[in-house]
Design a protein around this ligand. Structure first.
Ligand SMILES: Nc1ncnc2c1ncn2[C@@H]1O[C@H](COP(=O)(O)OP(=O)(O)OP(=O)(O)O)[C@@H](O)[C@H]1O
Ligand SMILES: [Mg+2]
Length: 342
């Protein structure tokens, strides 16, 4: 499904073209945080910006949320020029930043109530909205405690809740689930999915491939300040082609010999994990390649711990496009395999 046909609103709600932003820290060489970034997010959809540390994700969000002025390029949200009219953008957007921006000394309830009042919702409407969000984010127990005593996960939740006080039509979420435990992450995904179902347009950044896979209608892979690939999760996986044959060895001493066998039967360079135990290779006809590989392992006496094949994951896409893994822990293909089998 292409971006153009995957939704009923053909016009992009968020549009950025050729955004550039260079930082020149004193005494250091310039950093091109954004180097010609293009984005188009249709209304009522989720677009994920997926990229490694330093790719420019937060800078892109800062530009689109009026916190940073780009050196050049254009950004438009709902037909409003972000750079020329930041004051018209701020009332229609909600932002939950990479680092929670709540008042530490206020309670969860007071933070939400304060945001409502800052946006002139009125006293009783602010309180009512605060109560609604406390419930939605499962913060009832903690609502009267100062935020400074909150855990990281609770902070993420109160921060997102604050971004939703005004029911914004467009929501920017910079790594919304970093630091959340698996249950809280699923809860956050549910909330985001519900908001999108209600018509909210979401741009989120993430380093979790699985998150982009689950939530996003479209994924823009960014690296060095520009989009290096975009499409649905399936399109991106299909774009790199081929299935993967994966093997793990009983002994890393067999790594070199095993690699040579994979070179003969796969297409392209095999990847080998740092410990030398797990190897992966792309193959156009994976079942046939796997059979041939197993036969050669048998005759060479290489002992296998595990062998199998799988379709490409978003991690493979990332690895292929950027030459490195996108996952936070810089996971090896072996760890990725577990994830893919989830
Ligand atoms: N205020 C700043 N001054 C100098 N350099 C900056 C500033 N903000 C960002 N950068 C640099 O710009 C580049 C992009 O940073 P950015 O925060 O946008 O990356 P990111 O993709 O959000 O990374 P992460 O995954 O670590 O959050 C990095 O090299 C960063 O060091
Ligand atoms: Mg960031």
């Amino acid at each position: 499904m292409s971006l153009a046909t995957s939704n009923v609103f053909p016009v992009s709600f968020i549009e950025a073209e050729s955004l550039k932003k260079t930082y020149t820290p004193r005494g250091a060489s310039p950093v091109h945080a954004l180097d010609g970034l293009d984005l188009a997010v249709p209304q009522g959809t989720v677009t994920a910006l997926l990229g490694p540390n330093g790719a420019g994700k937060t800078t892109a969000v800062k530009v689109l949320t009026t916190l940073v002025t780009p050196d050049s390029g254009t950004a438009v949200i709902d037909g409003i020029d972000v750079i020329a009219h930041p004051e018209r953008i701020r009332p229609i957007i909600g932002v939950s930043g990479q680092y929670a921006a709540v008042d530490e000394n206020l309670t969860a309830f007071e933070n939400l109530d304060m945001v409502g009042r800052l946006y002139h919702l009125g006293a009783s409407a602010s309180r009512a909205r605060a109560r609604e969000l406390i419930e939605l984010f499962d913060l009832t127990e903690a609502q009267n405690r100062p935020v400074k005593g909150f855990s990281g996960g609770m902070r993420r939740r109160i921060d997102l809740a604050c971004a939703l006080v005004t029911r914004p039509r467009v929501l920017f979420l910079d790594e919304p689930t970093t630091g959340l435990d698996p249950r809280s992450r699923l809860g956050m995904w549910d909330i985001i999915t519900t908001l999108v179902g209600e018509g909210t347009t979401v741009l989120l950044t993430t380093q979790y491939l699985e998150e982009a896979d689950q939530l996003a209608d479209s994924i823009s892979v960014i690296d060095d300040g520009k989009v290096i690939a975009k499409g649905t999760s399936d399109e991106l996986k299909a774009s790199i082609g081929g299935q993967r044959v994966e093997l793990s060895l009983v002994s890393p001493d067999d790594s070199t010999a095993a690699r040579e066998i994979l070179v003969r039967h796969g297409s392209g360079e095999p990847t080998v994990t740092a410990d030398g135990r797990a190897l992966t290779v792309t193959a156009d006809d994976a079942p046939a390649a796997l059979q041939r590989i197993l036969a050669e392992f048998g005759s060479s006496g290489i002992q296998l711990f595990d062998a199998g094949m799988r379709r490409p994951t978003l991690d493979d896409v990332f690895l292929k496009l950027t030459g490195r893994s996108a996952t936070v822990d810089d996971e090896s293909p072996a760890t990725t395999k577990k994830k893919a089998k989830r």
